[in-house]
Design a protein around this ligand. Structure first.
Ligand SMILES: NC(=O)c1ccc[n+]([C@@H]2O[C@H](COP(=O)([O-])OP(=O)(O)OC[C@H]3O[C@@H](n4cnc5c(N)ncnc54)[C@H](OP(=O)(O)O)[C@@H]3O)[C@@H](O)[C@H]2O)c1
Length: 285
């Protein structure tokens, strides 16, 4: 297949590019310098040049706290940008994978969200990503909207301007810093390598629709931090705190756990438990 990856130098985009290339697909890796999703002309020109059969949009304004202050820009990139990509993909007859987020939910359900649960985002970021989902679903019948959560991989998260959560914790632990981490936000940290592998498998089906794609199980960010140090064999001081004391700008779901119900329905769920994913990630250092 000819595949175009948008946001190809991002944290997820780099692993997605490698995973499709490793399976023998012809991959056009499109970076921000080659295409700004908010410009329909630049999207059309870049996609027309490579004529993909599959487009994967990983690009987004991913800094959740900055989105609160730059709401228009968040919607321009995450919603209008997703629409531009969708319209261009549809014009070429390509199928589309749009990456979305657990932040489309408010976290009040108290148990894992399935794909049919009604979304209710709390933040500007979550609202803009949900708007992007709707744009994609309206424009491209052959779509996969894939919601991921708490992702970490070996490449930098460009939107956050630094290393991922795991590497940040390890660096702070090594410096002997005392770490304060929320124990009242439950999520499922998921390695980008596992998401990329899942996208390769899903893209080969015609089972279009919305998918949750996260590691199995769940934990608080405090528990995840303890697991990082335990598995890395490092001693560190980690203190549990409450969300209200974290000083973060954007509201986040308290229980943002996603169940991969749609993947399980088609017997295609490839994810391991979050702890196994973390172990594998740390082994790769
Ligand atoms: N990080 C998480 O924990 C998380 C959780 C749930 C969902 N997601 C979703 O997962 C996807 C990938 O996230 P990530 O962590 O890989 O983010 P990332 O490292 O910040 O990568 C985002 C990519 O998008 C590109 N980009 C930004 N604005 C663009 C624009 N206007 N036009 C074209 N490209 C643009 C960036 O390029 P430049 O840096 O060169 O601008 C970068 O390559 C996103 O859709 C995000 O919403 C992430």
């Amino acid at each position: 297949m000819k595949v175009a990856v948008i946001g190809a130098n991002g944290q997820l985009g780099q692993d997605v590019t490698s995973a499709f290339a490793a399976q023998g697909h012809e991959v056009a890796a499109l970076n921000h310098s080659e295409m700004a999703v908010e410009s329909s002309e630049s999207v059309r020109a870049a996609l027309d040049a490579c004529r993909p059969e599959l487009v994967i949009n990983t690009a987004a304004f991913t800094n959740v706290d900055r989105c609160e202050d730059e709401a228009i820009q968040a919607f321009v990139i995450n919603a209008a940008g997703a629409r531009n990509v969708a319209l261009a993909a549809q014009a070429l007859g390509a199928k589309l994978i749009q990456i979305s987020t657990d932040y489309v939910f408010d976290g009040e359900k108290g148990s894992a969200y399935v794909e049919t649960d009604p979304p209710r985002p709390l933040s500007v970021y979550g609202n803009s990503k949900l708007a992007g989902e709707f744009c994609v679903r309206a424009a491209v019948p052959r779509h996969f909207v894939v919601r991921v959560s708490g992702i970490y991989g070996h490449h930098l998260c460009r939107g956050k301007g630094g290393p991922n959560f795991v590497d940040t914790m390890l660096a702070r632990g090594r410096k002997g810093e005392e770490i304060r981490m929320v124990d009242d936000q439950i999520a499922t940290p998921t390695p980008t390598a596992e998401i990329a592998r899942q996208l390769v498998a899903l893209s080969q089906t015609t089972e279009y629709g919305i998918y949750h794609a996260t590691s199995e199980g769940c934990c608080s960010w405090y528990e995840f931090t303890l697991a990082i140090f335990e598995l890395a064999g490092l001693k560190a001081r980690v203190e549990p705190i409450k969300t209200g004391d974290s000083g973060r700008r954007a509201p986040r779901p308290k229980y943002g756990v996603l169940e991969n119900a749609a993947l399980k329905r088609i017997s295609l769920n490839l994810f391991s438990h979050w702890r196994t994913g973390l172990e594998n990630y740390l082994k790769d250092f």
